[in-house]
Design a protein around this ligand. Structure first.
Ligand SMILES: *[C@@H]1O[C@H](CO)[C@@H](O)[C@H](O)[C@H]1NC(C)=O
Ligand SMILES: *[C@@H]1O[C@H](CO)[C@@H](O)[C@H](O)[C@H]1NC(C)=O
Ligand SMILES: *[C@@H]1O[C@H](CO)[C@@H](O)[C@H](O)[C@H]1NC(C)=O
Ligand SMILES: *[C@@H]1O[C@H](CO)[C@@H](O)[C@H](O)[C@H]1NC(C)=O
Ligand SMILES: *[C@@H]1O[C@H](CO)[C@@H](O)[C@H](O)[C@H]1NC(C)=O
Length: 243
């Protein structure tokens, strides 16, 4: 199966980053804080379908909290069930917008980091950009997040985004430069996304991922935190520190 080889090569790249990172798994012993109190660094999480809170992204929150001990996080409040047979996407899209806007209004000084995996990535993408339209995801729609709020986000990390688009500078390692996700953006929405938040985005999409890369591998879709967390934590750290 080509999938394993492809994941393995991605794993080698990630291993390089793990070895060169200041942190190792053994050293990370921090408690993550679920709170909407104003913190220097606040993470807002959109978990993947079927995950319970905080979901696999909790492990990335742990790494970021190791770097920034006063950081806290919240999950977007949504069912995370199948978007084709439930209203999960619509609930998640509005929750993503509502919670991001509310935190920004309450805590203007905080650095906000948005993390989305799979359906959670879709919810944030469409909250910020508007829907590109789909039989399950409704008609093309306007952004729910004002552009100044989107532009105030410090970092956006997307794992296995169903709205993945190729040939963008924020696609980490260009792993999937020639394919789109299962729900591609329109060119207009892509241009808007890039203007609103592209400069602080890191999009991780594994080769052959069934959701973001028009592939056939569920394993590729389920390996993001294992393969990319250290790389993503370094990205977030560099954005928070402003370099
Ligand atoms: C992690 O830290 C807590 C509190 O400081 C401590 O009680 C616990 O033993 C530590 N765990 C490990 C594996 O080091
Ligand atoms: C985080 O807090 C919210 C709001 O109080 C709560 O609904 C949710 O279950 C908490 N999540 C975790 C992982 O503790
Ligand atoms: C999408 O637009 C069509 C045509 O304007 C309309 O009939 C339909 O109800 C709309 N669907 C949704 C989910 O809003
Ligand atoms: C990714 O592709 C772009 C052009 O599409 C190129 O400029 C960039 O160097 C590539 N990045 C990597 C890490 O290969
Ligand atoms: C996309 O690129 C990958 C890696 O270069 C290659 O293995 C794959 O066949 C390409 N897929 C298509 C649809 O061109």
């Amino acid at each position: 199966m080509p999938t394993i080889q492809q994941i393995t090569s991605a794993a080698f790249v990630a291993l390089f980053f793990q070895l060169t990172s200041a942190l190792s798994t053994q050293e990370v012993n921090v408690t993550i804080t679920n709170s909407t109190a104003c913190a220097p660094v606040h993470m807002i999480l959109g978990r993947g379908s079927t995950e319970s809170v905080p979901g696999s992204l909790g492990s990335l929150v742990t790494l970021v909290t190791a770097d920034f001990p006063d950081a806290n996080y919240e999950n977007i409040d949504y069912p995370a069930t199948d978007e084709t047979t439930s209203d999960s996407y619509f609930v998640g899209r509005s929750a993503a917008a509502k919670q991001l806007i509310a935190y920004r209004e309450k805590c203007p000084e905080s650095k906000i980091v948005v993390l989305g995996y799979s359906e959670g990535a879709l919810c944030f993408d469409d909250a910020i950009t508007g829907s590109s339209g789909n039989e399950y995801l409704g008609n093309v729609s306007q952004p729910l997040v004002p552009i100044d709020v989107a532009q105030s986000v410090t970092a956006l990390v997307l794992y296995g985004n169903p709205r993945h688009m190729p040939y963008e500078p924020y696609n980490v390692f260009n792993l999937t430069q020639n394919v789109t996700g299962k729900y591609p953006k329109t060119q207009e929405k892509l241009a808007y996304f890039n203007k609103a938040i592209g400069s602080v985005t890191a999009d991780y999409c594994n080769v052959n991922d069934i959701v973001c890369a028009s592939g056939t591998s569920l394993t590729a879709h389920e390996s993001y935190t294992d393969v990319w967390n250290y790389n993503a934590a370094d990205f977030i750290k560099s954005k928070i520190l402003g370099n």
